[in-house]
Design a binder for this molecule. Sequence first.
Ligand code: GUN
Length: 297
Amino acid sequence: MAARIIDGKAFAAGLRARVAGHVMRLKAEHGVTPGLAVAIVGEDPASQVYVRNKARQSAETGMNSFHYELPGNLPEAELLALIGALNTRDDVDGILVQMPVPAQIDARKIIEAISPAKDVDCFTPENVGRLAIGIEAPVPCTPLACLMLLRDTLGSLAGANAVIVGRSNLVGKPMAQLLLRDNCTVTIAHSKTRDLKALCRTADILVAAIGRAEMIRGDWIKSGATVIDVGINRIADGAGKTKLVGDVAFVEAVKVAGAITPVPGGVGPMTIACLLANTVVAACLRRGIAAPGDLGA
Ligand code: GUN
């Protein structure tokens, strides 16, 4: 039987609607309008589209959106000064600097300059540490997106064997923390893993976050497994154009898996919705207001 297709686009629309409801309530009951500041350095077209979508969607949910498109040769000190100013502004609840940044800027220095209270990416060492030891922290957007889709598909994740392919700070490592917290048995695989195919075949939950087009084939997947594809790769479509594909060979995998996220339309649409959710939670926590229970992990 073909796998159930996990509709991230529909789930994201529902999450954005919940975010908009909480923004309205914060305005009405507390006189607070959550604000998200997004900065991008340089002219990478794909990143610019992504960042403009973040700004547009935050405005659509009723938040204040502060958008900074900065030149590719911006000195590091100027970006640090902008972050310093955003840290102290009361109308800014979340700060996101789009990664990667150009070579003259040290990404680590930039991340460490962001106030942990406004770190809606969960990139700062303080928040990564808080997540690891299980105390209140923002949850990084892409892993949060995956977790929400998994819980919606499976209900409880307790006891599941979860294999995450990819060990990045952005996805693989925080994904492991979140799945552990939900009582999965977690393995992180990477480019040096021996017999990756055999390992993947043990997974009840398989999260693919490698960034290699269609690397995970249908016969790498255990029958009935839930497959979450984080990859977004642009490849030639064989007819002179390009198309987006994930890290999983979808046409093969859909015949074997129990449920699977498509690319596009799976995890992708969820990540910005999770960013908006994190901004509302940050706006609440910074002001001592109880955070909504239906936005996070
Ligand atoms: N670049 C690609 N994904 C992300 C993300 O989630 N946050 C930031 N800041 N940059 C990114």
